[in-house]
Write a protein that binds this ligand. Structure first.
Ligand code: MG
Length: 346
């Protein structure tokens, strides 16, 4: 037993001293902070944990792990279900965008999920949590935006829930779709040798596209109807993050061609503010809501020369390989391993 005196405090236990010393070291190297990070919520491990529970019904054709769940509802009839929650301050800023624009975006995200499976949206239910004191006129403007895009894509709003709380304002859209004789395109069908196509241009969506994008619904259905698409996803988290979802579900890898990535003007603009490269933004910015499709070489060539897409830019940005992982091939043919990066939901 040793005795230490610190001012008037006497500590007569060497074990206590050892504990204090260890705490000092932990604080010094910010180890507490790192340990606490280990216990924070991480979206994908949590989804994996939930997914590990065995599904109960044979009617579930596709459960967790794709853009929509797919349920068998009868002879050749499949029902697609997707849900998206948007929270004020996280997904939109009401100081920058009005209620109508928020309403439009909330449903457009879900339409994009149905588009990525090459199917058609049909009905939606919408749940809302308004902060106490929200005016009726705000709710009416919100619905004006919802109805504008719902009418355009022939979607009926058939229900939902409205509550009020402390805030912030939250909106949750659950959208149902139908296959109309087509097979939904899943994330899991990519094969080595396939080509990777993307619609539109990528990156910098924060400058406006993340609110005002047009879901690629006609293009998703046209791809599914007229070509054999092995896998498809919409780019909501970021190109490399969403491509990685396809790679994981299909058990394959991919090589991206650096000089073929369609970098948007907004990615160029935003890179001047952030100091990051435009291609970094094209690879990792979320909410482009473009389609990423994987097809055989022959089918991909047919898509690239097709006039079904009314002049929309479609680019071949890479190919699927057998070895798992993601690589970037520069203009000189040199390969380097890259890590998928994108928006993390929690
Ligand atoms: Mg999606």
């Amino acid at each position: 037993m040793v005795t230490f005196a610190v001012g008037r405090l006497k500590i007569e236990d060497c074990r206590l001293f050892s504990c204090l010393f260890v705490c000092f070291l932990l604080c010094q190297f910010r180890i507490f902070e790192r340990i606490s990070v280990l216990f924070q919520m991480d979206e994908f491990p949590l989804i994996k944990w939930i997914r590990n529970r065995k599904k109960k019904s044979n009617a579930v054709v596709c459960g967790i792990g794709d853009d929509c769940a797919v349920i068998n509802t009868g002879k050749n009839t499949l029902c697609l279900i997707t849900t998206d929650m948007l929270v004020e301050g996280t997904h939109f800023d009401l100081n920058k965008y009005n209620a109508s624009e928020v309403g439009r975006k909330a449903i457009a995200c879900s339409i994009s999920d149905i588009a990525s499976m090459g199917c058609k949206p049909s009905v939606a239910v919408i749940s809302l949590c308004f902060p106490h004191g929200t005016k009726n006129s705000f709710a009416k403007r919100l619905y004006a935006g919802i109805w504008e895009i719902a009418d355009k894509y022939d979607i009926d709003i058939v229900g939902g829930d409205i509550i009020s709380g402390e805030g912030p304002f939250c909106i949750n859209v659950t959208l149902l779709g139908k296959n109309e004789g087509l097979m939904p395109v899943y994330r899991s069908g990519a094969k080595a040798g396939d080509k990777i196509l993307v619609t539109g241009r990528l990156g910098g969506s924060l400058l406006g596209k993340h609110m005002f994008f047009e879901p690629r619904l006609d293009e998703g259905i046209a791809l599914n109807k007229n070509f054999t698409v092995h896998a498809m996803i919409d780019i909501s988290d970021g190109l490399t993050a969403d491509l990685n979802h396809i790679l994981e579900e299909s058990g394959v890898g991919a090589v991206l061609f650096e000089d073929k990535i369609p970098v948007s003007d907004d990615a160029l603009k935003i890179s001047k503010k952030t100091g990051k490269t435009p291609i970094h933004h094209a690879f990792s910015d979320g909410e482009d809501y473009e389609l990423l499709a994987v097809l055989s070489k022959t089918q991909a060539e047919k898509v690239l020369t097709s006039d079904l897409f009314h002049g929309l830019e479609i680019s071949c940005i890479g190919e699927i390989v057998e070895d798992k992982g993601l690589w970037l091939r520069d203009g000189k043919g040199k390969l380097r391993r890259i890590r998928p990066k994108g928006y993390k939901h929690c």
